[in-house]
Design a protein around this ligand. Structure first.
Ligand SMILES: Nc1ncnc2c1ncn2[C@@H]1O[C@H](COP(=O)(O)OP(=O)(O)OP(=O)(O)O)[C@@H](O)[C@H]1O
Length: 308
């Protein structure tokens, strides 16, 4: 698979501020990357570098094999869709007028703009002025704008902020569909609710550096966080005794449930031991979520900074 985006040893300084230091990042065709990080971690700077809006202080940025701020930038932008964090439009125009305007800029037939307005669920409000739109409606209009022109690379900053649960679900369906069509996507955020199933890899930035990067499984492996098996039981003390006898850590929860903590290597042993008992009424297994992993890697950064 070809690399659509490639950042090699990228530094970006703003005066004394080292916004990015030695960043290596790659995105392949049809891949969805979640770019995570705390406020000021360097996410927007990374997006701006990929968009060619700014240049690296050191290192190289390549998008479809070209320098995004070089001579091919106009051509590259036709293959790019961007949803900025704070979408703002001409307030006096209607939703349709706004999207027609962007369609002309991107040389896309306005008919496509009308279809997109329907697809993002704004069909009923196309004639209304944007200044009457709610936050979620503006976000939907931003999405439609980003999707104009069938981009092959989509960069989205906090795409689900302001969207209600149905719109969030629709958004992820769109992400899945585009991924199926080979579009490469960067979803940039702190941590987005429900994002796990829709990304191939996550990259966690902190203090301008890449703290961790990989599939969810790779990140779980690297973090080595315990998996939690929560058991509802008629005999919590008995379950705790047995599990601890087998070498697992446990904790009691609300007198009816027990949580058993296990590493990935002993997960099946733990489950077998529990299912062999007769007092189990229900069982839930909770592997570390992306949010747990994010907190873990971010804490490690804080610890390192505390030590230095
Ligand atoms: N134009 C600029 N001038 C000076 N400093 C800047 C500029 N742009 C970004 N920075 C600094 O670079 C660092 C990274 O900023 P960036 O906007 O990339 O973070 P972010 O991860 O997108 O944060 P947030 O989640 O708050 O949007 C911050 O310390 C920020 O203050």
């Amino acid at each position: 698979m070809n690399a659509v985006v490639q950042l090699q040893s990228v530094d970006r300084h703003f005066g004394a501020v080292k916004a990015l230091q030695g960043l290596d990042l790659e995105l392949k065709e049809g891949e969805v990357l979640g770019l995570m990080g705390h406020n000021g971690a360097g996410k927007s700077t990374t997006m701006k570098l990929i968009l060619g809006l700014i240049q690296p202080t050191a290192g190289a940025v390549r998008v479809f094999g070209h320098d995004p701020s070089g001579g091919d930038s106009a051509h590259l932008r036709e293959r790019l869709g961007y949803l900025p964090e704070n979408v703002s439009f001409y307030e006096q125009l209607s939703g349709r007028e706004v999207l027609h305007y962007f369609a002309r800029l991107k040389r896309v037939p306005v008919r496509r703009a009308d279809e997109l307005l329907e697809e993002v669920g704004l069909g009923h409000a196309v004639q209304r002025r944007v200044r009457t739109y709610s936050k979620g409606m503006r976000q939907r209009l931003g999405l439609a704008q980003a999707l104009l022109g069938q981009p092959r690379l989509l960069l989205m900053d906090e795409p689900t902020v302001g969207l209600d649960p149905m719109a969030t679900r629709d958004f992820y369906e769109t992400v899945d569909r585009l991924r199926g069509q080979g579009v490469s996507i960067v979803l940039c955020s702190h941590v987005l609710p429900g994002i796990e199933r829709h990304i191939d890899r996550a990259a966690i930035l902190g203090g301008g550096r890449l703290l961790a990067e990989g599939t969810l499984d790779q990140l779980r492996h690297e973090a080595g966080l315990p998996q939690v098996i929560r058991v509802r039981t008629t005999d919590p003390q008995g379950v705790q005794r047995q599990a601890e006898g087998e070498g697992f850590s446990t904790r009691a929860v609300n007198g009816q449930s027990v949580e058993l903590l296990t590493g990935d290597d002993r997960k099946l042993d733990a489950l077998r031991g529990l299912l062999g008992g007769s007092h189990i009424r229900d069982l839930e297994w909770e592997p570390p979520t992306l949010e747990h992993l994010y907190v873990h890697f971010d804490k490690q950064l804080a610890l390192r900074e505390g030590q230095s």
